[in-house]
Design a protein. Structure first.
Length: 296
């Protein structure tokens, strides 16, 4: 095969893989839409969605856990008892820790998703995530090989593998967190300018978006309503700091205060979303270009 044909085939494979991975993100957005519709309305279905989310998150937490253990090999003697223990995969302790972590992240992710949808609606939230998916996948497809080679050429084998996995998880999570923080902080700042929310009436604002009892949501409804209450308290606190404490009626001061709180609120959501995104892609077989046999 000629070099230019080989390059063309490689580029075609990369584009096809990118498109395939973008399409696999659509079921994740559907899962988030279901969480926005079901969570807080039916406790059993909410539990089912949490477990489904935890399943995909578990895969990546287990990979991260094992990668961290493998990194310790650089400090251990070959064939030692401790090294053999570290190399074991899916030990009961590892399964327990990864399961608890996956369930915790899944619960925080589900609650935050529902709260965001109640406060900001489906459209702006899902469009923001879809835009991130496209941008992230394009950047990843063009820069991944270069970033990986830099890490592999400068680090120990196990340390390189762990570093690559860390980059794949935390770099996009940070990017997603920043995007959502800027987006929702702008929305909250508009609320700051157009409403009179304060410590005396933030409960009324929370009740406006709250979920009513229907006989099937005894627990989920209370959790989501508590999230909405704390979220409105956060906005009232930001307004108090900007206007009453510093006596500054300034758009940018409130934006900075709210952006900091939004960044912290969305931190676990962003990590969980990337773990969910990567975990879902792991269950799909990689795309392979059909091989053409050359004529004799």
């Amino acid at each position: 095969m000629k070099p230019e044909n080989h390059t063309t085939a490689r580029e075609k494979t990369r584009r096809t893989t990118t498109i395939t991975k973008l399409l696999t993100s659509l079921p994740i957005l559907l899962l988030l839409a279901l969480q926005g519709y079901i969570v807080g309305q039916n406790d059993w279905l909410t539990l089912l969605l949490i477990l489904i989310t935890a399943l995909f998150i578990w895969y990546m937490t287990a990979s991260l856990w094992y990668s961290k253990k493998q990194m310790l090999n650089i400090y251990l003697k070959e064939q030692s008892l401790l090294q053999k223990l570290i190399k074991k995969r899916n030990t009961p302790w590892q399964i327990l820790v990864c399961t608890l972590l996956a369930i915790l992240l899944s619960i925080l992710f589900t609650i935050t998703t529902k709260g965001i949808i109640l406060s900001h609606g489906y459209t702006i939230f899902l469009i923001a995530l879809l835009t991130f998916n496209i941008t992230y996948q394009i950047i990843r497809s063009t820069n991944e090989s270069g970033n990986i080679s830099i890490v592999e050429n400068n680090l120990n084998e196990y340390l390189a593998k762990h570093g690559i996995l860390i980059i794949k998880i935390f770099a996009p999570a940070l990017m997603l967190n920043l995007i959502l923080t800027l987006l929702f902080s702008g929305y909250d700042t508009a609320e700051f300018l157009n409403t009179n929310i304060n410590f005396e009436n933030f409960i009324d604002y929370a009740e406006a978006d709250s979920i009513m009892a229907n006989g099937y949501n005894a627990y989920g409804r209370k959790i989501i309503n508590a999230f909405l209450l704390l979220d409105n308290l956060r906005i009232a606190l930001g307004k108090f700091i900007a206007q009453d404490l510093f006596h500054i009626h300034n758009y940018w001061l409130f934006f900075i205060i709210i952006a900091i709180s939004n960044f912290m609120k969305l931190m676990f959501f962003s990590w969980s979303y990337i773990l969910l995104y990567l975990g879902f892609q792991k269950i799909l077989p990689p795309y392979r270009t059909p091989q053409k046999q050359e004529a004799p």
